[in-house]
Design a protein around this ligand. Sequence first.
Ligand code: 0RA
Length: 685
Amino acid sequence: MAAEKKYDASAISVLEGLEPVRKRPGMYIGTTGPDGLHHLIWEVFDNSRDEAMGGFADRVEITLLPDDYIRVVDNGRGIPVDTHKQSKVSALETILTTLHAGGKFGGEGSGYKASGGLHGVGVSVVNALSTHLIAEVHRDGGYYIQEYNIGKAKAKVKKVGASKSKGTIITFKADISIFKEIIYDYKRIVSRLRQQAYLVKAMKVTVIDARELTEAEQKKLDLKGKFYLSEEHLEVPHQNFYFEGGLRSLVAFNNQYQKPVHKNIFYVEKNDVTPEVMSVEVALQYVDDIAPRISAFANNIYNPEHGTHITGFKTALTRTLNNYAKKNNFFSAKDKDAGFTGDDVLEGITAVVSVKMQEIQFEGQTKAKLGSVEARSATESVFGDSFGMYLEENPDDAKAIINKVIIAVKARKAAKAAKDSVLRKGALEGMSLPGKLADCQSKRAEDSELFIVEGDSAGGSAKMGRDRKTQAILPLRGKILNVERARIDKMLASEQIKNLVIALGTAIGDVFDISKLRYHKIIIATDADVDGAHIRTLLLTLFYRYFRPLIDGGFLYIAQPPLYKIQKGKDVRYAFDDNEKFAILKDMGEDVSEDDNEEEDSEEETEETTKKSGRVRIQRYKGLGEMNAEELGETTMNIENRILKQVEVDDAINADKVFDILMGNDVPSRKSFIQNNAKMANLDI
Ligand code: 0RA
């Protein structure tokens, strides 16, 4: 090792205050992309929400302001402004400039922790990553302000007036030198804050988008000293969320496009379950469907991978329903195998489980899975006892639920018999590859790609345009089977799906084996129209429900074929969106004025696909089938030029939702959804 490379104590800078946050923002907020940027809002909001959870606040308001400012207001106790005897610094400044300062104020005797306060430690992190932050506090009869730049106080906290209110206002502007770009996603913010409003009953959350205000309107708004904006400025886009029903309302919301099999949503909330478990809250309702929809939260953090609370919930659910069915003679005495399995009782359930704990433990870094062992027995006993009582007290609901589960049992037995016979015959594993599949030459999955294309004509072009060494083509004819309501036995009876499963090589269901996957890139290539979007939705749903590990493993992709072919003499180029089209036209020396834009846009609605504008020919592709083999190969399949979008679980979950609407039982919502979306060139899935 070279001498100058040796590390000694003097070389290690002593990181002080908030510097570590600016040095490694990723360690505190995950990324410096959009996720991390939005994390700043969650961090501030979570503190306000915790005030509401502790019963100290009942309103939280988030405003997106011009110039990338975010403002979070709550009517909680207000961050203390009194001065610490030793440090001579106010509590406010300590909280805003010290990492992990939250804990200092949450100790025994403060009455804070015991009240359910779970204050994150993050306001200081937000401060560190903001060029400007204003903290306003209404407390003890006074109105106080302190301002910061990049985490450093500009001056001591100052009392600027009297106030009869209580609460905290944090206004911050994220530092553009830290974040790649500062673009707040109003929809995303609304969706997360709506979810949080369900989790904290009786907290009214208001989200306001004031980014587009003119200067005059801003003046009228006059933020200084103002508490809430929404009542006075309803002309600004805003949304209010307030759910007295808590998780009960969330289950109703999740089931809005479904057909419930019973009327009364089950609901329980119990506080102070054990010294560790501060509360357990569960709501559920069964719907006429097969897939379970279980959402899990721990300390208001969403746990997509579930964990101990859901394990306890499932155990109690199975036991309670079995006990009730036995006691009420739903099982025939002759049937020795009578009884519901854990899977039977999950079919068609919509449930939300939320626990709050003192010392919380997650598995892994992302908080995706709860690990705390106490949550398991606490959820099992609170939910089990209460659900047993619900069944006794609501015999109509109980009967409907049990009948629904009995149907699941019958279907499971039928499916198993059918699947056993299919598998025994080696229908999937040893079976020869489908005739429709044009396989690639390589037998190495790492090098191989499977293109799933829509229709035989696109299939033909793809076959000719491919690199046959590594690219295989499977054409699908029209719509694949609706997997929402089909079981494995029925699915395997569908030629289309059987072909796909055999081509993948992994088999399906209990015998699924990812190590047998024959292609490490599976590429869905459908048309850029509503039908194409529909088929893509069907495929994504199929993969999400039956081949989830392929999504998690990053094996599934969506091809992005070009929308336009632009030709001027021998110069042929392809554009993947309108912006690119205009850029190319400009580059070719064409005059593209605003008027032309309009014209193009309206033209897309008509059947006309080819346009002659001077010597430039613009062709809009309606489908893959319109491309010849060379074009398709060049633009969509060739590794150099093509654009692939890797499918993430979120895409699939969204597809699943769209799917519920398109395919579920709720005909009116399906109708209105299709009517509302029919004109969209690209279904937003
Ligand atoms: C520390 C101690 C107390 C409240 C808070 C922090 C607090 C922080 C934030 C952040 C946003 N809104 C907030 N509201 C309160 C407890 C003070 C007391 O005991 O009165």
